[in-house]
Ligand binder design. Sequence first.
Ligand SMILES: [Zn+2]
Length: 236
Amino acid sequence: MSQQLRSTTLGDTLIDYTVKRSRRRRRISLTVDEQGLRVGAPLLASDHAIAAMLRQHASWVLGKLAEWQARRPPPRHWCDGDTLMLQGRVLRLAFETGPQYIQLHHDRIAVSPGLAGNADGIRATVTGWLRRQAMACFYERVAHFHPLLGVAAPLIRLSNARTRWGSCHIYGRIRLNWRLIQLPQHLIDYVVVHELAHLVEMNHSPRFWEAVARLIPDYGARRSEIRTEGHRYLLV
Ligand SMILES: [Zn+2]
């Protein structure tokens, strides 16, 4: 298997993409996600065939790239006035002298002015704080929901995954992504209940979804909301 970086012009737009050739692949495929455009191709596919495929699907590719661009969170500079999300609320980062290194006041996160200009230091301080908020919130929500599902309180661990919100392990352990704390409460609850329901049913069978629906009757709407809106929060 080999991967090559390429670029081409579609419409008026110059587009970078990667080509991954594989012995097992039978036809050319196009994927667009947060990493951009990727082409999967059979080992012997010609560059000409790939270019033709891209031309043929140019409007689809351009549309998908534009969608991902729109979903991307604004670049974060970790400076005064930057915005962050906490349980669906927008918070503003502010450098302020206070009794604590980092503190939440209403709609702003006050950070010690000593950190101003130190992007790595601010990032570590703020994400550490978000992780503590996440743990407190997840404990509270798990404590609320697990008796309703009739399962014992699981061990909770925070995950740092870029691709998923939660996972469930046998022996009563669940992992929840700390980035979930950015999302509104109803989506946090959906993920918590989803993972807890796996302690009842390890699969996604109708019985699993029945267990979820008992606690969250509108789980379908929340599930599609987290799918369309949620992933940009995974990039933080
Ligand atoms: Zn699941």
